[in-house]
Each structure stands twice: as C-alpha cells, then as structure tokens.
Design a protein around this ligand. Structure first.
Ligand code: TLP
Length: 348
C-alpha cells in the first residue's frame, strides 16, 4: 500500500493538503492566455515582489522555467556556463541544446558551487570563431550536491565578474526557499545578483504543480512569447496558482522542520556500515550517501529499502539520495533510519 511507504525519493512527491485543496477549489479563475486569471496575476505580482524583480511568469515546471530563461538570454550557437552536476546540464534532457541551440560549458565546482576565478577561466574570449559566452547558471540549493546553500559572497563575486564581462546571470532556484530558510538570507537578497531566477512551488512548498520565473518586464514579456511556443500557455490555471499562493503563505517557514529531519537522518546513518556522509553537505532537506562501501549496487539497496517500506533514489552509481518534506514526520524519518541501518548492515 502506497500509504505505508515512507517516500524519501524527492520533495516533489508531496500531495496537496486538505486546506490547500480548499484554496484550489475556491480559486477565482480566468483565461490566463488572455492574462485574465486573477489568481495567476496575484501570484505573479507576489513572486516578483518577494524576489525584488519587475515581473514574474507562472510556468508549469522548473524545467520549463530554466529552459525559458536560457532561451531568452541566448541565441543559437551561444554558450552557457553551468556547474557539472547542475540540473540544467544533467536532468533537463538536453533541453538547452534542443530548445535554444546552445552548448553547455560545464565546470566542476565544490559542493555544486562555482567560484569567480573558475568562471573567469570558462568565459570565452570575444573572438568571432568562438562561441559567445552569454550566461552563467548557478543552482541554490544545489540538488545533486545534496541541497547545499550557496554562500552569498561567492554569488556576489561571480555576479560582478559576469556583469564586467557582459554575461547574463540565471539562478535555478527550484529550492531557493530552502536556501533562504537555512541561511536567513531573504530570497530577494540572492535574486538581486541575477538577471533571471526560477523558483518552484512543487518541491518543498508542497504545491502539486508549478514554478515561476522572474526578471525585468521586458525579459518576462519575451519569456511569455516562448512559453506559448513551448506549449506552456495555460487557461484557467488559477486553480494551480491558488495552491502556490497557499504554499507561499503557509509552507516556507516550516521548511526548517524538513532540514531538521534531514539532519536527524544524517546523524542516524552516519555510522552505518559502508555508508559515507559528508557532514558539511547536509545543509537543507537533501541527504546524499555514498554507499559504495556496502558492496552492493545502488539499485539493489533501493529494492531492499523498498521491501522495508522506505523509498530512496539512486542519485549516481555510487550514491543514494533521501529527501525530507512535509509529508514525512520526524518519527517516520527515525523509522526509515532504522530500516536503512538494517539494510546497509546486511552482508558486512
Ligand atoms: N528535480 C527533481 C529531479 O528532476 C531530479 C528532483 O526530484 O529533485 N532545478 C532543480 C534544482 C531541481 O531539483 C528540479 C527538479 C528542477 C529544476 C526541475 O523541476 P521540475 O521537476 O518541476 O521540472
């Protein structure tokens, strides 16, 4: 039974609560392709204000948000710089190449974070036979590095370099809310160093669907054009905007609880046989465990955990990922840790 499983695969698995569903049922709606959905308009105004930008656009997914921003920032043949483990490079199915015709110049960071000198080296000289570097994409928190929070001074350094070089800055802020709660730094403080930012309501905030992008009015108008081309122009989508508005109001401050659950999981599993957890990488709600020492492939561990009623994901061939969220309690996390300790300890 799905209800009995403790699902730690992602914070995307959360389901709308009864109160969120009520807000959705009661949402005022209109045709958003005509710009007439009051709930969408309210959400866009609120997100633009929270991120300190002129305008926002509601989009179906974080992937579409990132890909729209890349599209607006670039022309085919351009180059964008992204961290080697970034979502835009690894998990958007080659979207930057497919949709924008750009190549991704990857640079390996530490904890998913790039420092200014590395970015400086990756920016192409402005020579006609080289691809033009148009955009630097950063990710905060960084998913594949384990939900790490980008230190603000490092972002500032990269951003002032990019400005000097005439290169745009985009933030994949799918979990910017988590970064903000963990660091105490307001989302707008991060956003001010970027020309565009994407944020998600469908991860830790618990909405069923939806993301937004922010930027200047002109940027967002162009993104609206491409959103229609990409098939993301939606009609009475205020039912989803209402879920996002509910999430912004009720589910940001509580993200700290998810961070505490991830810290507890890390603590409980740090001594597990064959498991390596970098303590400095557990900063928000994502826990990445190197499980090579268990001597078993990650797929097998995932299957054994499932038999014990716990769902985790294989992140790379040597790592497992567990993500805490509002649909798992601290007690369930403690139970999951006992199951995982038992699974990891087998055969050693
Ligand atoms: N990430 C998903 C998977 O695609 C890996 C997850 O379960 O974590 N940026 C970042 C940093 C993300 O982690 C994700 C989703 C996205 C963008 C894309 O969001 P969606 O799934 O809404 O397209």
């Amino acid at each position: 039974m799905a209800e009995q499983l403790i699902d730690l695969r992602s914070d995307t698995v959360t389901r709308p609560s009864a109160a969120m569903r009520r807000a959705m049922a009661e949402a005022e709606v209109g045709d958003d392709v005509f710009g007439e959905d009051p709930s969408v308009n309210r959400l866009q105004d609120q997100v633009a204000e929270m991120l300190g930008k002129e305008a926002a656009l509601f989009v179906p997914s974080g992937t579409m948000g990132n890909e729209l921003c890349i599209k607006v920032h670039t022309r085919p043949g351009d180059e964008i710089i992204a961290e080697a483990g970034s979502h835009v490079f690894n998990y958007e199915t080659g979207g930057a190449a497919f949709l924008s015709g750009v190549q991704v110049h990857t640079v390996t960071g530490t904890n998913g974070q790039l420092r200014a000198p590395q970015v400086a080296q990756a920016i192409r000289p402005k020579i006609y036979y080289m691809s033009a570097t148009r955009l630097v994409c950063l990710e905060n928190t960084h998913n594949r590095a384990g939900g790490t929070v980008y230190p603000l001074p490092w972002i500032e350094e990269v951003s002032s370099l990019a400005r000097r070089e005439g290169v745009g800055m985009h933030l994949d802020g799918a979990r910017l809310w988590n970064a903000s709660v963990a660091s105490g730094i307001a989302p707008a403080e991060y956003a001010r160093h970027f020309d565009s930012v994407s944020v998600c309501f469908s991860k830790g905030l618990g909405a069923p669907v939806g993301s937004a992008i922010v930027g200047t009015r002109e940027f967002i108008e162009e993104a609206r054009h491409y959103r229609k081309i990409f098939g993301g122009g939606m009609r009475q989508v205020g039912v989803l905007a209402a879920a996002a508005l509910y999430a912004l109001e009720h589910n940001i401050a509580r993200l700290g609880e998810d961070h505490a659950k991830a810290a507890e999981l890390a603590r409980a599993l740090s001594g597990a046989p064959g498991v390596l957890i970098e303590p400095e990488s557990v900063q928000t709600n994502i826990l990445i465990m190197d499980v090579v020492g268990t001597g078993r492939p990650t797929d097998q561990l995932v299957a054994e955990l499932r038999q014990g009623g716990v769902l985790m994901m294989s992140a790379t061939p040597r790592t497992l990922r567990a993500v805490t969220h509002l649909d798992v309690t601290m007690d369930q996390v403690k139970h999951a840790a006992r199951v995982a300790n038992d699974v990891f300890g087998r055969g050693t």
